[in-house]
Design a protein around this ligand. Sequence first.
Ligand code: 13P
Length: 287
Amino acid sequence: MLVSAKEMLQKAKAGHYAVGQFNINNLEWTKAILLTAQELNSPVILGVSEGAGKYMCGYTTVVGMVNGMIKELGITVPVALHLDHGSYEGCYKCIEAGFSSVMFDGSHYPIDENVAKTSELVKLCNEKGLSLEAEVGSIGGEEDGVIGGGEVADPDECKMIADLGVTMLAAGIGNIHGKYPANWGGLRFDALEAISNKTGDMPLVLHGGTGIPEDMIKKAISLGVSKINVNTECQLAFAAATREYVEAGKDLQGKGFDPRKLLAPGSEAIKATVREKITLFGSANKA
Ligand code: 13P
């Protein structure tokens, strides 16, 4: 059964570790992430962007696939199915379809409108027992056509949104979606500390987990980050392993073209990436 992310993130905040949100794109992704979380006895959050939701035929299909896998793979660790960077309309659709968690990305609205829309969603999510992530200060880079300017969130605005009763808060601290450019200045720990001081027990979310050096991840967790989103790194690992298989001519040997063989190295590469992140984030054996 899917669960809200509330309990797992409150435990993570109190225990000084972070739960990984790994974005899914299809059956192989979902299966690889669920099996790895189970193997490491870790809670896990499956992230679905609006674009990935559309690609997988729609939110109802995603809910059906994930619920079916939890049952048929015998997954017993806590799993939250979460809309990533949702629009206001997207949140309503996912709540209706059976997601257990949503992110309302109102960072591009003026703060008053972000507050009004977030408040409405807080009420609905509370009624239905879902967790809700809000965002203040957009995340840099591009994701599904949404381009963020990489701002650093204002601690007072963070407190205002946190006080509305959201479950977790994503705050821009110089993080970027996708690969980090060579001239990236690193995470703004001064900003993270100020936000953490203002928002108290609120679990903070670090987007753009791909490519952040290990020491920065550990420091971010020590300053209150309890959820870390990873997407691109699994895509890169999957693509590299698939490329290696094809370039070695393995798809031309025997039944190497069978998708169950062709996609296997990529799936194993996703598992290795997820294993590495869960271990780094410290959520293994915290299910
Ligand atoms: P990356 O693709 O950089 O790992 O970011 C993922 C993310 O933040 C999803 O919201």
